[in-house]
Ligand binder design. Structure first.
Ligand SMILES: [Zn+2]
Length: 254
């Protein structure tokens, strides 16, 4: 049966880096894929492009995001257009409330967002992680009790594999993975949409801008945080063994 997935990220490009393969696979399998992008990325680098204002850069990055979304099969892109780099200064309750309104309107079966460390430690990512979790909890009251959504953190344990520098170690236990091996080229093409972010793409995925997708791994990883209206006990023994991985698209895990 067709499911609805809602991804919540901070910047244009986060979705392609973190979950592009999963999005493309979900679309290919007939699921609906929704994406909230909280900022328009107006503080990011601009690559080869020169913009006279932050607003122009934001518009350009939104265009790159739309292109990536069309490649990945995103059903609907929801732009909140908060200023880039400001999310830690926003009222977390208001951001959570806004995300929860989108959740209540869409009633997704699965909601996915950044882990608490934001993968890279970016303050916007961390703010979106906190707000998304809070939004899911707020929204659960609006679901039928037997159809409560699952909430996952995305995890990118291999993010720094190809970087010259080293980032924060992933602190998130992984409870599930999606085999994206057949969707690596779509993830690569989505990343190629971000010409203005060529520095970031080259850093994490060297070769992709030159059509070499071999650095894109065959899996994307997730941590189940909430299910059936409850916080998942990640200290439980069954999650302490990283080999106990499940596929997000396995019937039992959806
Ligand atoms: Zn980001």
């Amino acid at each position: 049966m067709s499911k609805k997935l809602l991804f919540v990220f901070a910047h244009p490009d986060d979705e392609s880096f973190a979950a592009g393969g999963t999005m493309a696979k979900a679309h290919n399998q007939g699921h609906e894929v929704f994406l909230i992008c909280v900022t328009s990325g107006c503080k990011g680098k601009s690559g080869e492009f020169q913009f006279s204002s932050r607003e122009q850069l934001a518009l350009h990055r939104e265009e790159e995001l739309r292109k990536a979304c069309s490649i990945l099969g995103v059903t609907d892109l929801i732009l909140y257009r908060y200023p880039d780099g400001t999310l830690k200064d926003q009222d977390p309750d208001i951001l959570a409330e806004r995300i929860s309104q989108t959740i209540i309107a869409l009633k997704p079966d699965v909601i996915l967002s950044f882990p608490l460390d934001g993968v890279t430690g970016h303050p916007d990512h961390i703010a979106v992680s906190h707000a998304s979790k809070k939004a899911v909890i707020l929204s659960e009251a609006y679901y039928p009790p037997d159809q409560l959504p699952k909430f996952y953190y995305i995890s990118v344990p291999h993010y720094y594999d190809h970087c010259k520098d080293v980032g924060p170690l992933s602190t998130c236990i992984i409870t599930g993975k999606v085999d994206i091996s057949e969707f690596r080229s779509l993830k690569g093409q989505a990343l190629q949409s971000y010409k203005s972010q060529i520095y970031s793409v080259n850093r994490a995925y060297p070769g992709v801008m030159q059509n070499d997708f071999s650095v894109i791994g065959p899996y994307e990883y997730y941590t189940l945080i909430r299910a059936n209206g409850n916080q998942v006990d990640l200290t439980a023994e069954k999650f302490s063994n990283k080999l106990m991985i499940i596929d997000l698209f396995d019937k039992s895990s959806f």
